[in-house]
Design a protein around this ligand. Structure first.
Ligand SMILES: NC(=O)c1ccc[n+]([C@@H]2O[C@H](COP(=O)([O-])OP(=O)(O)OC[C@H]3O[C@@H](n4cnc5c(N)ncnc54)[C@H](OP(=O)(O)O)[C@@H]3O)[C@@H](O)[C@H]2O)c1
Length: 325
């Protein structure tokens, strides 16, 4: 089968298209004929060798999330049958014509949901759930700030906040096109961080109060500025470092008594919050209207361009690589 191989951590150009055997599913695994695979920030970190959880040993096939058809199932698999349309999550192996994963990481797509809609929500809605409810502890009606709000996770946090929390959402993004997307998804306010001082804008919008919660996946220079945009006793939930790890001085804003958290979904992997996130996903896919779809696709052969597109901050919502029909 055709697959992408990474033999050395580093630049996107280190990924090569190769021919390798179709993986053999173990007794508890499902082999999926891949229709499309997500390109997400974790793929970039894994390619660079900067992924904090479970480093993959080289060489490996990158990619962590696919949509496709169950091709074969192991002898102990009970919930998935060959021919079912499924989503699958895996540590590595998604950028290929076939990918395998354990049964518990495979989700049968409801009939009304297509592959591209499924890819938007499968992993990212569970992350957005964790960020919003568990890391951010956002309460109904609160005013919240979302960094990289047009991104795969950010746009779903907007949807949760508007559909479930009745929150006032202030979205941050680097281009006007990204801000249009945030507004279309539901953001009340959208600030272009490349054109204006976002803290000043947040203070203007909130009548100098600041937001109740900032949900920050960008890190880097925003670790200096963000506390100025949060109200006293507010919450600062950091969950990523797209712009670098930076530094935090916990005493710089001592008199505001902020709650500062830096959290990973991995800490919660075997806890009930993660099960709740899966229940939330199932309910959402079965009941919510106007599901978002993948916004841009690349053929598998253009995986390097897809990574550049993502790293150069052009992506809006979710992007994917697609296999030949
Ligand atoms: N804590 C956890 O357990 C956990 C789990 C999953 C994901 N995450 C994190 O959640 C974030 C969102 O993931 P995603 O896959 O949905 O990605 P994404 O948000 O679709 O893409 C990353 C976004 O980060 C922003 N960004 C700012 N500076 C950047 C830079 N120097 N390089 C690249 N991007 C930059 C860009 O938006 P603007 O151009 O609008 O700034 C870009 O669109 C990532 O940071 C990821 O690591 C954390």
């Amino acid at each position: 089968m055709k697959a992408v191989h990474l033999t050395e951590y580093g630049a996107a150009e280190n990924m090569k298209i190769v021919g390798i055997p179709v993986p053999e599913p173990a007794e508890n695994e499902v082999l999926i004929k891949v229709h499309s695979a997500s390109v997400i920030f974790a793929d970039i970190l894994m390619r660079r060798g900067d992924y904090p959880a479970l480093p993959a040993s080289l060489p490996f096939v990158p990619g962590r999330e696919v949509a496709g058809i169950a091709e074969r199932v192991g002898s102990k698999v009970t919930s998935i049958r060959p021919g079912m349309r499924v989503l699958g999550q895996m540590h590595t192996g998604a950028y290929a014509e076939y990918a395998k994963t354990t049964e518990d990481q495979v989700f049968a797509l409801p009939e009304r949901v297509d592959y591209f809609q499924g890819l938007v929500y499968f992993a990212n809605l569970r992350v957005a759930y964790m960020v919003y409810y568990v890391f951010g502890k956002v309460q109904p009606g609160q005013t919240i700030l979302i960094h990289a709000a047009s991104g795969g996770v950010g746009s779903l946090i907007i949807q949760i906040a508007k559909r479930k929390g009745n929150n006032v959402v202030i979205a941050l993004g680097e281009t006007d096109e990204k801000l249009d997307f945030c507004r279309a998804v539901g953001a009340d306010h959208a600030i272009n961080t490349s054109k204006s001082d976002y803290v000043k804008e947040v203070m203007r919008i909130t009548n100098d109060q600041g937001v109740d919660v900032s949900l920050n996946s960008v890190g880097g220079p925003t670790l200096e500025t963000d506390p100025d945009a949060i109200k006293p006793l507010g919450r600062w939930a950091i969950f990523g470092y797209a712009a670098g790890k930076g530094r935090i001085d916990p005493f710089k804003h001592f008199l505001k008594s902020l709650t500062i958290t830096a959290s990973s979904i991995y800490t919660y992997m075997f806890r009930e919050e993660t099960r709740h996130a899966m229940d939330y996903l199932k309910k959402w896919l079965n009941t919510e209207d106007d599901l978002l779809s993948v916004t841009k696709t690349f053929p598998l052969e253009e995986i390097i361009q897809a990574h550049h597109w993502f790293e150069d901050q052009h992506s809006i919502g979710k992007i994917a690589v697609v296999m030949e029909p």
